[in-house]
Design a protein around this ligand. Structure first.
Ligand code: BGC
Length: 790
């Protein structure tokens, strides 16, 4: 068993900082080596290292790297929570002299981060805190930690910034820098600093790792010394180069998601962040520079990540051998739980693209994209978490992030748009503080744990969040009661009774990124539009889910309170957004989808709302019109309302806006905008945003047909819904009780067969496409039906 790291105030180790920090202008700062030596007088029985950093550290003992985690200590709300890693280092500690070292770079601590590309967010200096506990034969324990005896020096990593990239001069590498006996007399002493230890917390879940390697699928020489490498897959990570040329050769590696018309790597779609601080000097973006030592040293920049499918390598003279450059896929090492495949290759590619988008955006925290902002936008994860949980174990990953969501919740209950947020709202006056608490984003504090519980049956995911959830819903309800949208004030100066439950004031993104509007126009319109239909819908869903959660936790008074609130909000939504003849307005696809999926439309009017939705889809020549928030529900509500054919027509639509238009255009991850590929052939905005990829849950739950009935799949339904010309589909999911498998196939004779595996501890209901139902006990089952000719 790993021991717990020391409690606050009980650390033997002290925070130490490289002496020359802040060492140069932002983005120009090297990573530092820090090394200390210690003596072990006796035979080592067991040794553990507790370590964390301000910045990113790689730890070494007697020259050997400790662990296989990357970007440690990971990213959390650093003002409130900083993770400590504990390693078993028994095999590395020796009797006699030892050297413990770390390579520390800026990371999220003081490097660029987020939509504003802020620097020095958490402090002006990087730092290290470590402590090693060695148990000796005979029972004595030696405890040594970072202290004033350590020494530091700038490393060969001359610059390292998560967003800008890295500059390595391999000629300056210090051989054996972390080994015993290396001359460090010319290194600088370290500064011992007093930083908090009461915010230190245990590491939750798997670390970020190098999870996969992708080989180059092509190398094109654009000009002498300029090569473009295609890895065939957009992903998150970095490259490894093994041929750096003779000593003194400098290579520049520029990472991007797309090629421009000349076949060169473009960063134009993601290089600029809309709210980035203007800097006097041009700032590089996702670019590494390496100078060769000519001694065969391999280049692998492990202190920054990039979102990319392509790289341009400048400076390599002669042909670039594809085997000398590799794309290293880096993200939180999530356990895979599920998989899907069907008879249509394009749909399989769409599924794969959505899967890759999740992976690329699961690097320490759930991010919007691995390029432009790399931020933990709360809305994005609440949209995708249920889909993600069907394919991966995202519980620890989400719980860790939710602890930050709770830690950064504002005193008024507002949940931040971005978590962790580098802005310190307690001390900094910022325009951003006035636009926190956004519908569809802040609701992540309720909906993410709600979906985790559905997927796993683990009610403990609610424990630390029950109060933050209530504070969020109370915040939204208070906002609803206290403001009115200008258009409503104009239409009726005196508010109607129901309006106290209508959330139509404050800052909201609304549906966000519907196909008919560019991101730029959207930003202009954001403050003007009435987002009441969206915000009120989310207030209803969160209040309802909170009531359910309170019931699960056995707090019936709280359950009643929020059920009552939900009923009032529902009534307000209906009063305001369903007109006298029963139609939902505004009549947009997104609003109708949300109305149907959130249960806002009374049963008697559901068919009419679904028909209105189909009419809008047909009026758009059978194209979708939804954006960020409603897209995941579009196909499900159509299927549930008896329009499975329309759902499949949209799924198989190949002209824009559609999923297959992206795939046909060469997307290997899901694009932020439906029409990212502009008519002039240029590409706009991020090519790696998972939100619209949530459509793949339709493939799991409708096409293959596996739906959760009781939390953790204790009871589930298998109701395959073939369509769109598909002749087979299969889905599996490793539930907490074991593997669920569901597959179907339709033969040329129109005979359909479905196979289901029900794990022990669960029960299932099978509903065949012809409507016949069967109760399934644990075990393997096969049923057949006669499929209609298509
Ligand atoms: C991000 C999103 C985010 C949104 C807020 C964008 O810039 O990339 O994914 O949710 O802002 O609307």
């Amino acid at each position: 068993m790993r021991p717990l790291f020391p409690a606050a105030g009980e650390w033997t180790g002290r925070w130490i900082e490289p002496v020359d920090a802040p060492d140069g202008p932002e983005l120009q700062r090297p990573a530092h080596h820090l090394v200390g030596e210690f003596n072990v007088a006796g035979t080592v029985v067991e040794a553990f290292l507790h370590v964390t950093a301000h910045g990113i550290y790689e730890a070494f003992l007697n020259g050997a790297r400790i662990g296989d985690g990357e970007l440690t200590p990971g990213f959390t709300a650093y003002r409130q929570r900083l993770q400590v890693q504990t390693f078993d280092v028994t095999a590395l500690v020796r009797e006699g002299g030892n050297a413990l070292g770390a390579l520390v770079s800026d990371g999220w601590w003081r490097g660029q981060h987020g939509i504003q590309r802020r620097t020095d967010s958490y402090g002006p200096a990087t730092g290290l805190l470590a402590e090693i506990h060695v148990r000796l034969a005979g029972g004595d324990t030696i405890v040594v930690g970072t202290d004033g005896s350590w020494r530091s020096t700038p490393s060969h990593i001359r610059r390292a910034d998560l967003v800008a990239g890295e500059v390595h001069d391999l000629r300056r590498r210090i051989p054996n820098w972390a080994s015993l006996g290396t001359d460090r007399s010319y290194w600088d002493p370290v500064v011992v600093a007093d930083h908090r230890t009461d915010i230190l917390c245990a590491t939750i879940g798997s670390p970020v790792r190098r999870v996969e390697e992708l080989r180059a699928v092509s190398v094109t020489e654009l000009a002498p010394g300029r090569h473009v490498v295609d890895f065939g897959q957009n992903s998150n990570g970095w490259t490894r180069l093994t041929d750096l040329g003779p000593a003194g050769t400098t290579l520049t590696i520029t990472y991007g998601e797309w090629l421009d018309a000349s076949g060169d790597v473009t960063q134009n779609n993601v290089k600029e962040s809309p709210f980035a601080r203007r800097r006097a000097e041009p700032v590089s973006f996702q670019t590494d520079v390496v100078t060769s030592a000519g001694d065969g040293t391999v280049f692998e920049p492990r202190h920054s990540t990039k979102g990319f499918q392509y790289v341009r390598v400048d400076g390599h003279l002669g042909p670039l051998d594809p085997s000398t450059i590799t794309s290293i896929v880096v993200h939180t090492d999530l356990e895979r739980l599920g998989g899907f495949a069907c008879s249509d290759e394009r749909i399989n590619r769409l599924h794969l693209a959505a899967d890759w988008s999740l992976r690329a955006n699961a690097c320490e925290i759930p991010t919007d994209c691995p390029t432009r902002e790399r931020s933990g936008w709360t809305g994005d994860w609440q949209i995708y978490v249920a889909t993600a949980a069907e394919l991966y174990n995202v519980t620890d990953f989400s719980v860790k992030w939710l602890a930050d969501v709770a830690a950064e919740q504002r005193p008024d209950g507002a949940v931040l748009q971005i978590v962790p947020d580098p802005i310190d709202y307690d001390t900094e006056r910022s325009a951003w503080s006035t636009i926190q608490g956004v519908a569809g984003w802040g609701d992540g504090v309720v909906h993410v744990p709600y979906e985790l519980y559905r997927a796993t049956g683990r009610a403990d995911v609610f424990d630390a969040l029950f109060v933050p959830m209530q504070r969020w819903v109370d915040f939204a309800a208070t906002r609803a009661a206290s403001g009115r949208h200008p258009s409503r004030i104009e239409a009726r100066p005196e508010p109607m009774m129901h309006e106290q439950y209508l959330w139509d004031s404050g800052f909201h993104f609304g549906e966000w990124l519907e196909p008919d509007i560019s991101m730029l126009d959207l930003v202009k319109r954001i403050q003007v539009d009435d987002h009441g239909p969206v915000a009120t819908a989310f207030l209803y869903r969160s209040a309802k889910e909170l009531a359910e959660i309170a019931t699960i936790l056995g707090d019936l008074a709280i359950a009643d309170h929020y059920a009552d609130l939900a009923a009032h909000v529902l009534d307000a939504w209906r009063t305001e957004f369903i007109d006298a003849d029963g139609h939902v307005h505004p009549a947009t696809q997104a609003n109708l989808v949300r109305a149907l999926s959130f249960g806002l439309v009374p049963d008697a009017l559901r068919m009419m709302a679904a028909d209105d939705l189909v009419a809008l889809i047909r009026a758009a020549d059978t194209h979708l019109g939804t954006g960020f928030l409603a897209t995941p529900f579009l196909l499900p509500v159509l299927a549930d309302a008896g329009h499975l054919d329309v759902a499949y027509e949209l799924l198989f639509q190949t002209s824009e806006p559609s999923w297959l238009a992206m795939i046909d255009a060469g997307a290997t991850t899901i694009w932020e905008e439906w029409a990212a590929l502009r008519p002039d052939g240029t590409i706009a905005s991020s090519l790696n945003h998972y939100s619209k990829g949530a459509v793949i849950s339709f493939l799991h739950r409708y096409t293959a047909g596996v739906q959760i009935v009781e939390p953790g799949y204790r009871r589930f339904r298998v109701a395959p819904l073939p369509g769109g010309g598909l002749t087979s589909a299969r889905f599996h999911h490793d539930s907490p009780h074991g593997r669920i498998e569901a597959s179907w196939k339709i033969g040329l004779d129109h005979l359909g067969a479905v196979d289901v595996t029900v794990p022990i501890g669960t029960t299932a209901e099978l509903v065949l496409p012809d409507g016949s139902t069967f109760e399934l006990a644990p075990g393997d089952h096969r049923q057949t039906w006669t499929a209609m000719a298509r």
